[in-house]
Design a protein around this ligand. Structure first.
Ligand code: 3H9
Length: 705
């Protein structure tokens, strides 16, 4: 065996088998050095008469996970991925891809261009480009259908999902699935191929398998519903349709052209921004990466209400033992029943097995006694939003918890520093703000107090990830980030009704923008009684106009509590679809007359700008105050929590795309129209406009050359 040292590619000789080893941490992306190294490896393989088969093997946690996304923002450097793929395809001796971890995107395209594929039984395969607003650009759409059939390939390419090794073997994507030492297995497999004559198999030589052409139309309408507003999934169907009637190399060229076009598209820029933003959000800006979180092996949840139950289910789903604490046996019985029912629902849907349900319930104990919490590592407090109630819980916790145990409050608007001041060890205190329903919603705002210890913050982030959430660290601020920005959008939606807009107009504008549901249909879902109670809680801190803008109270007083009473802003029949109700029009007309607002025509543009720019302005204030560490954290919060369409990158990214000078000008215009207290541009916006910058540090994404 001999070895040639290379930067990211090294070669090993095992008799007649040459192995090209890819070592490009963290995920062996196809950076320039990997592409160039693999092209050199193919050249060496072709020129060396002693070696009869080449295997591509990766070290580290995964096979090649795709093109290097970071390079999309730079001019393309030869050899491009297509060149490497052509070399693999044209090689006169067999090449084998040896796959572990995930073969994704360009990584799978490399594997598809090889003669054979062998994988570990734990490996996974996918073409996730659509998730980045892209489509495969190096043969994925022309090779995969030839290998696994048009229908299977269309699903993988248009939805971006992954398949496991077993399924990949069944579909014909992989030739052999093995367990144990992949490198040794790949060498043995290569020797077998050599012994059988060293046959080269080119996917590009295969015919396109026949398929039912109706499939394309069915898929288009499915995708239109599932990925409303996304461009790439529909284009995937176009590409597949084209490849079924176009010669291989022509179809491959067209695929590359489309991929290049998509790399420069706004949707892809937004989705790539979010890919990076979600990973950046995991890093706490002022806590070094080597600060490790504390070990969390047992958790307590205080409060068996709706939030406490959802949080408990989330913890159980992650395999964590949970002690749920309530004030009475009756409340705990009720919570136990509700938790079991929710998990049974998961069994019915096939999300978990009946046995997994039993295992989860076995992890749960309920108690009214705080003494039993002496050995928990972390407590999530989810009791009533009342400072005194929370303080009394903390004093009981302080008496029993170990010195390293963390207390995390699920408060959604109380002052985190005031809460921290009421515990014995404020350094062990932070917030973990889950959103209802806590077992479903992905977003988790972890909240730092001014005294939280760095390793406590690291623990809440690591736990969030372990729970399958999208955790984002936020700072002290009323309502934190998501709800604080939402409250500005809600305020404007109410003001717009008051000035003459109809609920259905506002909802239509916002769903047309890309939100899954409009603010008024959402309020009907939440319940007007809940909305009225939230309003009452904030009333003292509202401006006089907000206090007098009491449409919610009027609807609630009229018994229009939303979907649950069949009427709210809309009327609901059996089908639960919102229908316009003249009675609401009358209620609004009376309200306007009482408050002295003449009815006026309000344009869709004004609705959109007032709702979105009010949020963006608040986002700027949040950054200014340090309640969010980065503009991109706000983008992650809004796309993972509150339905901001991911293909628009989040509010702060969107603002940069619109251009801050234009946003500032609109804010000034609405300052005059609605009031300075609502629309005066944030100092940060003024500053960034003066400096010619945007919220995001670099003006990203120069066009691809
Ligand atoms: C493509 O291939 C296009 C081609 O068809 C055609 C081209 C012409 N590049 O997610 P993690 C970084 S498009 C660069 O936390 P995990 C990531 O930013 C591509 N960097 O790990 C992070 O960096 P940091 C198609 C990448 O174990 C670190 O790796 N491929 C890339 O939870 C760890 O990432 C995809 O879309 C990349 N491609 O999950 C795959 N991927 O530590 C995208 C990751 O500095 N990747 N990084 O924050 C993934 O889905 C996951 O990263 C993976 C690992 C499942 C691989």
């Amino acid at each position: 065996m001999s070895q040639t040292a290379g930067k990211t590619i090294s070669l090993e000789r095992h008799g007649p088998v040459l192995i090209a080893i890819v070592d490009n941490p963290p995920v062996n992306a196809l950076s320039h050095s990997v592409r160039a190294g693999l092209v050199d490896a193919v050249t060496e393989f072709e020129n060396d008469g002693h070696v009869k088969a080449l295997a591509i093997f990766c070290v580290g946690r995964t096979f090649i996970a795709g093109a290097d996304i970071r390079e999309f923002n730079k001019p393309l450097q030869e050899p491009r991925l297509g060149t490497l793929i052509e070399r693999l395809d044209a090689c006169a001796k067999p090449i084998i891809a040896a796959i572990h971890g995930t073969a994704l995107g360009g990584g799978l395209e490399v594997a598809l261009a090889c003669s054979y594929r062998i994988s570990l039984d734990s490996a996974r395969f996918g073409l996730p480009e659509v998730k980045l607003g892209l489509l495969p650009g190096s043969g994925g759409t022309v090779r995969l259908p030839r290998l696994i059939g048009v229908e299977n390939a269309l699903t993988m390419i248009s939805e971006g999902g992954q398949i496991a090794a077993g399924s990949a073997r069944e579909k014909g994507l992989v030739d052999k699935v093995v367990a144990g030492d992949l490198k040794a297995e790949a060498i043995a497999f290569a020797n077998e191929i050599i012994a059988n004559g060293g046959r080269v198999r080119r996917t590009s030589d295969l015919p396109v398998p026949s398929f039912d052409t109706e499939l394309l139309a069915t898929k288009r309408s499915e995708l239109a519903k599932k990925f409303r507003g996304f461009t790439a999934p529909q284009m995937a169907v176009d590409l597949i349709e084209m490849m079924t009637r176009t010669p291989f190399s022509e179809a491959a060229e067209e695929e590359y052209r489309v991929c290049k076009e998509l790399i420069g598209s706004d949707q892809s820029k937004a989705l790539r921004h979010l890919f990076a933003a979600e990973r950046e959000a995991l890093k706490i800006s002022d806590v070094p990466a080597d600060v490790k979180g504390r070990s969390v092996e047992k958790v307590a949840v205080i409060g068996p209400g709706v939030m406490g139950r959802g949080i408990t289910i989330t913890l159980l789903n992650a395999g964590l033992p949970v002690v749920l604490v309530g004030k009475s046996d009756a409340s705990l019985e009720k919570a136990l029943g509700a938790i079991r029912k929710a998990l049974e629902g998961n069994v019915k849907r096939g999300a978990i097995t009946a046995n997994e349900l039993i295992l989860r319930m076995d992890l749960l104990t309920v108690t009214t006694a705080y003494e039993s919490l002496h050995d928990v590592d972390l407590v999530i407090e989810a009791v009533t939003e009342d400072l005194e109630v929370k303080r009394s819980v903390f004093s009981q916790l302080d008496m029993v918890l170990g010195k390293q145990a963390i207390i995390a409050t699920n408060t959604s608007f109380l002052d985190i520093d005031a809460l921290a001041a009421s515990v014995v060890r404020p350094e062990n205190f932070a917030g973990m703000h889950f959103f209802n329903p806590a077992n479903i919603m992905k977003l988790l705002e972890n909240v730092r107090s001014s005294r939280s210890a760095p390793d406590v913050l690291a623990t809440t982030m690591a736990l969030g990830k372990r729970l399958g959430k999208v955790p984002v660290m936020v700072g002290r601020s009323e309502g934190f980030v998501a709800n604080r920005m939402l409250s500005k959008r809600s305020r404007e939606a109410q003001f717009l009704l008051e000035e003459g807009a109809a609920p259905q107009q506002v909802d239509k504008v916002l769903t047309g923008f890309g939100f899954p549901i409009g603010p008024f249909a959402l309020a009907d879902l939440a319940g007007m009684d809940v909305m009225a109670a939230a309003r009452a809680a904030r009333l003292a801190r509202m401006t006089p106009r907000e206090q007098r803008c009491d449409i919610v109270d009027k609807l609630a007083a009229a018994g229009r509590l939303g979907q649950k009473t069949g009427a709210g802003y809309y009327l609901y029949g059996e089908d639960r679809k919102p229908k316009q109700d003249p009675a609401v029009g009358e209620l609004l007309a009376t309200h306007r007359a009482e408050r002295g607002f003449p009815q006026r025509e309000i344009s869709d543009q004004e609705i959109l700008e007032r709702c979105l720019y009010a949020m963006i302005n608040e986002g700027a204030k949040i950054i200014e105050e340090g309640a969010a560490a980065r503009a991109s954290d706000i983008d992650v919060i809004w796309t993972s929590g509150f339905g901001w369409p991911t293909y628009l990158g989040g509010p702060m990214f969107y603002a940069d795309q619109i251009g801050l000078p234009k946003i500032k000008q609109a804010l000034e215009q609405y300052s005059t129209l609605v009031g300075e207290e609502y629309f005066k541009p944030a100092g940060l916006i003024e500053q960034l406009v003066a400096e010619g910058r945007g919220f995001h540090a670099s003006p990203p994404f120069p066009p691809l050359k």
